[in-house]
Design a protein around this ligand. Sequence first.
Ligand code: SAM
Length: 213
Amino acid sequence: MSGLPPEVAATLRARLALSQERGAIGPAGLDFHLAHAAAFAVIAGELKASIRRFVDLGSGGGLPGLVVAALLLGAHGVLLDGRVERARLLEEHVGALGWQERIEVVALRAEEAGRGPLRGAADLVVARGFAPPAVTAECAAPLLGVGGILVVSEPPESAPARRRWDDDVLRTLGLERRAVPETGWSFAAFCQVQNVPGRYPRRTGIPAKRPLF
Ligand SMILES: C[S@@+](CC[C@H](N)C(=O)[O-])C[C@H]1O[C@@H](n2cnc3c(N)ncnc32)[C@H](O)[C@@H]1O
């Protein structure tokens, strides 16, 4: 990944390789994963001038969150994952990179995080392979402050994003679609234009069991 100090790039790569060995990152080459994760930061940077706090929703082995953290050096970040063993591995990565001051690992279900101290605190939420669109939207919106941006990776050959995401329901969550700058990858992006109603997110597991769209 260009633009990073060589020692940061080397450590980041080594940590992501470890995640991959542990089965926390999919089988494609690391260059593919790094380039894809970097596109989140590129899109976010084009849609929002200043990003002070981001959340990686369902960070797993650290993607895209660790790459976003490397590229947005001034930002504080939360790597959120409901699986405790994933969170432990992420903590080791953050320690190895020396980022403990600005990157926090939170082992919590997103539905709980959205009702707790992370509510409304982020100006960027990134999500890669987290959940279907309705679950992602319901879990992400409560984490965003007004004016915040949600950037979600889409399957490469999916139906057009317009059909996968229901604009009317998104509006009830305070989310509005944004045009995605071209990166060569498939993404959807949304802006939190007003506060999400207090009833969202619903209880843990309900967003997936009874999706909003
Ligand atoms: C398919 S993995 C993707 C991981 C990573 N973002 C990537 O692209 O490699 C989805 C991750 O989201 C986490 N996850 C799924 N639903 C969650 C929820 N409701 N709250 C917190 N974490 C969740 C899982 O534990 C898992 O680590």
